[in-house]
Design a protein around this ligand. Structure first.
Ligand SMILES: Cc1cc2nc3c(=O)[nH]c(=O)nc-3n(C[C@H](O)[C@H](O)[C@H](O)COP(=O)(O)O)c2cc1C
Length: 414
């Protein structure tokens, strides 16, 4: 197949095989949110991208992972985004909303002003294992009861119905990158002994419930897609394996999901998600340094955040198409569309993945910050020199609530 061919995903058809992977825009959820998203997305759509997956939006009023993240915990907030969705459609592209929750990594856990103002405990799949306890000293953690997990699944269904009303073409679950749903999937976090724990299928069962709730409340034809993580963990610690990620791809197909994105990530929310440089701009960019001091006034906490980002950069260097072996195996296993993502940069890579049936849709994330017209270059065959250097300076920026953009001064000069 070629990048120009349309693709049916559940009840919708996307005009071509190139998608903008979910990255955050720092748009918040106020009156200006739609305009902020539109500034990026409409231009991407005008230049031909097939599908935009909007970065993770939170299902509860608390549980965002960064201050600029959007909450879609009410119908009003979700409907506010409708003008942007219409504008994207007017340019011919489709748009999915990614839904999620930070769980133990919600900013109420680490961002001082939000931690001191929070009104409810951090949500968790299980009591903290011994190896996480030191990180959460003084934090109130609530383990979701069996009924609350069921309620959470219904909440995904309700928000999917609002998303449909707002015009979105589908949703994706933010079920990787150590977020709350991944904390259910992963044995690193999940020690439950009810129906949502125990065996691998038990840990994954929450996804089955969510699929059912989305079908019931938003319609069975409303596309519902999901990420399937294979994890890396420190030696000797439990994790979701590659074989489990592939089994999850098979299960989600059986449960009625319309597409799956397999990704290899850490059990921690680090830059295994977006491999590349060490985001040292945490302390070099004055805007970021000021925000970091506000988020972590205590020197020890600041040092921990800096050390974490340094370690992430050291242990997860950039590698072209780093999820290839995973998405290729998933494609051979399931019939639903498989989405590729992770370090895909060139037209040659995009064309080869599609030609060899290694995936059905090809996603690119960070480069869209630096090149809003990237889709035209890839689809029309005139890519020019790559601008994104994978420096990951965009990561601390979005963590601290700045707008989604390229913060690499060398790229900005070119
Ligand atoms: C600043 C930033 C924010 C991201 N936000 C999300 C997100 O909200 N949800 C998600 O599933 N992935 C998120 N990702 C991961 C990207 O979707 C993508 O998988 C990753 O950047 C690798 O693709 P790339 O090499 O083309 O950038 C984010 C990545 C970055 C750099």
């Amino acid at each position: 197949m070629t990048a120009q061919e349309p693709l049916a995903i559940g009840g919708t058809t996307v005009r071509n095989r190139l998608y903008r992977a979910p990255v955050l825009e720092g748009a918040g959820d106020g009156e200006a949110a739609a305009d902020r998203y539109a500034r990026q997305f409409v231009e991407n759509a005008r230049h031909g991208v097939g599908l935009i997956i909007q970065g993770s939006s939170c299902i509860f009023p608390e549980g965002r992972t960064s201050p600029g993240m959007t909450c879609v915990d009410t119908r009003v907030k979700t409907m506010r985004l409708a003008p942007m969705v219409d504008a994207v459609h007017a340019e011919g592209a489709s748009i999915f909303l990614q839904l999620g929750h930070g769980g133990l990594y919600s900013m109420e856990a680490w961002h001082e002003p939000y931690a001191s103002d929070r009104t409810s405990p951090l949500l968790a799949a299980s009591p903290l294992p011994w190896y996480l306890k030191p990180m959460y000293a003084g934090n109130d953690v609530h383990v979701l009861t069996t009924d609350e997990v069921r309620e959470m699944a219904n909440r995904y269904g309700d928000i999917a119905s609002w998303a449909r009303e707002a015009g979105y073409d589908g949703i994706q679950l933010g079920s990787a990158n150590a977020k709350l749903l991944d904390q259910f999937l992963s044995p690193f976090y999940n020690r439950r002994d009810d129906e949502f724990g125990g065996s691998f299928e038990g840990r994954a069962r929450v996804l089955r419930l969510i699929r059912e709730a989305v079908a019931e409340r938003a319609g069975a034809d409303f596309p519902c897609t999901v990420k399937a993580p294979a994890e890396v963990a420190p030696p000797g610690f439990p994790r979701s394996t590659v074989e489990e990620a592939l089994e999850l791809c098979r299960l989600v197909q059986e449960w009625g999901y319309d597409a799956v994105t397999p990704v290899e990530v850490s059990v921690f929310p680090d830059t295994t998600l977006s491999r590349g440089g060490i985001p040292d701009s945490l302390w070099k960019n004055p805007g970021m340094a000021t925000r970091l001091r506000a988020a972590a006034p205590r020197r020890g906490r600041r040092a921990l955040l800096k050390a974490g980002s340094w370690w992430g950069g050291r242990t997860a260097p950039f590698e072209p198409v780093w999820n290839r072996s995973l998405f290729r195996r998933a494609s051979a296993l399931v019939d639903i569309p498989v989405f590729a993502v992770g370090g895909i940069r060139t037209k040659a890579e995009v064309d080869q993945i599609l030609r060899d049936d290694e995936a059905d849709m090809v996603g690119i994330g960070r480069p869209f910050y630096a090149e809003p017209d990237l889709a035209a270059k890839i689809l029309d065959g005139e890519p020019g020199p790559l601008r994104c250097r994978n420096s990951n300076r965009c990561v601390p920026a979005q963590m601290l609530g700045m707008k989604g953009a390229c913060y690499n001064p060398d790229v900005r000069k070119t």
